[in-house]
Design a binder for this molecule. Sequence first.
Ligand code: SF4
Length: 283
Amino acid sequence: MKNKCEICPRKCGVERCTTPGFCNETEKLRISKIIEHFCWEEPCLSNEKGVLAIFFSGCNLKCDYCQNIEISRGGVGKLYSIEEFTHLLKEKQKNHCAIDLITPTHFSKTLCEVFEQFNKEIPVIWNSNAYETTETIKEISKFVDIFLPDFKYSSNLLSQKFSSCKDYVDYALPAITEMCKQKTDIFDAQGLMKQGVIIRHLVLPNHVENSLEVLDLIKQNFPNRMLSLMSQFTPNGNSCLDRKITPIEYKLVLTHLEKLGITNGFVQDFESANSCFVPNFKN
Ligand code: SF4
């Protein structure tokens, strides 16, 4: 990569071959965790084989409540060359129903190179925070089958407060719009998603209003796409968001969901909000 990095809206302008930007990573793929047969994603994304979940190190947001802070900011993980990562995918893909790329945005360019030389036989999931440019979404659409963006905030004030990001909504909305333009929803005979978009939203404690407004935006902008509402927030001890959501908060969000008539998607059980996090989705 010879160009200065403008992969994401941060547009740091650093030479990623040698210098990490805001995301804390150079262009070389660093992976903090790989979980095989991962079955915690939405039911239409995995069968009994589970997905091959790949957790990339670093992140282009700095959410102070991050549930994976040691991965996103801890600088931990193993470096992989393009050849090594391609080999890993080749070896593992036959045992899984999808490849789940988790927080991959800052490695977009390197991943394009990987998938140019990798003959994939199962869908690739792009599991991101939606703070992305439409140019990057167009580029990665060549190899991504399923977009799984987390639409976090309805307000830039909130994204600035919690994620050091003054323009989250200005980028997330167009990014998800582009994802929807690129991929119509396609399922196989067993109901497994082969291509499409599922928009996630994690309810934050003390911020029901944010969730109601996010749902309004989803209804307005993406009325026919699948939604996945998540209750799993767990405090990390590093944020003023220092408790789980309450049953009343979740009920208020669910009531609004019903009022808007959004029925296409998944709602996580309230009990999912515990530190061992075994999410249980209902549709
Ligand atoms: S990917 Fe990283 S270095 Fe590139 S613009 Fe985004 S935060 Fe900056």
